[in-house]
Design a protein around this ligand. Sequence first.
Ligand code: ADP
Length: 583
Amino acid sequence: MFKFIKSLWWFISKNWYHYLSIVLVGILFPILNLVPGWIVKILIDAVSEEEMKITMAFLFYKIIIPYLCTMIAIYIVTTTKRVLQNRLKVKLYYALQVRYMENILVQDATFFEKFQSGDLLTRALGDVKSVNFSGGNRLINMFLEFMTVVVTLVAMILIHPILAILCFVPLSFIFVTNLLLKRKVKRNWQLVREKSSLMGNVILESITNVRTIRAFSKEEENYQKNLKYSQDTYDIEKANLKINVIFQPMFQSIVAVATIIAYGLGAYYCYKEYINVSELAQFILYLNLFQSPLTNIGNMINNFYQSLISADRINEIYDAKSSVIDKKNENLEEIKTIEFKDFSFRYFGDSEDVLKNIDLRIEEGQTLGIVGKTGSGKSTLVRQLVRQLPIEEGTLFINGEEIEDYNQNNIRSHIGYVPQEHMLFSRSVMKNVLLGDSHASLEEVNEAVMMADFEKDIAELVDGFDTVVGEYGVTLSGGQKQRLAIARAFLKNADVLVLDDSLSAVDGKTEANIIHSLNKYRKNRTNIIVAHRLSAVMHAHMIIVLDQGKIVERGTHEELMALKGWYYEQFLAQAMEEGEEHA
Ligand code: ADP
């Protein structure tokens, strides 16, 4: 319980008055609930008096009016509590989701390797919901049910302490049983949530890769995988249910034992005149008030343990710290120079560097071409600029200052980055292009589209600019997706443009058109082009060749051709391939 409160303290401490008001209103309920028992006592006392005391006035003022007032008060109290509690629940749900999203949005690439999308989604939906229910409702209700038990017990002790304590002895077994079952319930729920996450991953992967699954006829295999996780989850849930089935009647049986003691011993005490009939009736009525809170506490405790596990799972996301940090959070006005100094990089958990001792300076207005074999580290190198990966201190500089000194969002705002996987949103073509600059005019959009050689495609699309591209751009061809992403980056008109293998799906002529636009319209800006086809970089001011994370050749096209190394051989091979294609 305290652990749960601690994990939600960031919310509870800010909304303590909301919690307190619910508790203050809620606590009136068990107190008001004692009134009917007290009225019964008055009535029995009056009936058993030798001289008949029951008059209309007595019934009206001592029985009917107090009873009606109590019922109205109970109605007002429960309704107010429910309204306050619902408001708190909505507020908490919103806070949990916002915090969750905020934490995810600042994470670096390593985080997304650790937590897969399906897992994150399962936590955002299932676990947040479970924590929300406990933090918004269950926590307070458990406290209030507990208070009902305490208030009722005090009232019973006031009637007859020994009888009250003897009845309470069996009730204490409830807490012992609880402690015994706690570990089992928690462990089971942890397994359920873990399996749900795995299932979430498989489902999400199946949906996103449905075409590949069909193409390779892997439907059955995928189905079996899903079935296994569902079966596992079902089995654990069944075990949980079993615990619940044993748990529930146990509470009721314990209350039944207490009731038997009250009846038996109460009757005996009554006979011995330690207690009178009206007090015994009142006592038994109060004992009945135990039944519902105890059953509710039993139910709630079981679910509460589950929320504890869910809280741990959410906290894993809340506590995850990005290893990409802003040391000084300085504002970056513009990007002039970029410099890698003896820069090395290794992916988290890997045993070898994928970039080794890179020394590279890119001047303002230069175009840099990066080429090399697949897996040589080209993408890893450009991803450093958009701050997707953690870096070693004193190895990467912008305008002569360490990149970590600047605010990372600020840096990204100066870079037009087209990654290998073009992230398109299920919106119109226009909206996807406008992501580059939401305030751009139609003229500017048209210009960017023209630069990306995407004009002809717009004319062919059913609704032109208004065509919805579908999820991940499924309704567009590979080349169209690439050009749309390039148009978006052109529209951003940033200091630095980074094209990471962004021309792989376009034909030679389209590539030439885009490179032509780039040379013409971004003449005095910095451009970094990662390419497989050397024709895309041959006009660059400088070209580097990467091999196993090292720069093995550098220079202009002419210099590299003269070097007769990898670049030269690759250039001839590609020229020959093209010649054969045209022949
Ligand atoms: P290129 O762009 O030249 O094809 P990459 O930069 O994508 O090369 O990859 C360089 C090396 O880093 C490869 O060996 C690749 O397997 C590895 N690599 C790339 N991304 C990751 C990652 N997220 N985690 C671990 N290793 C990675």
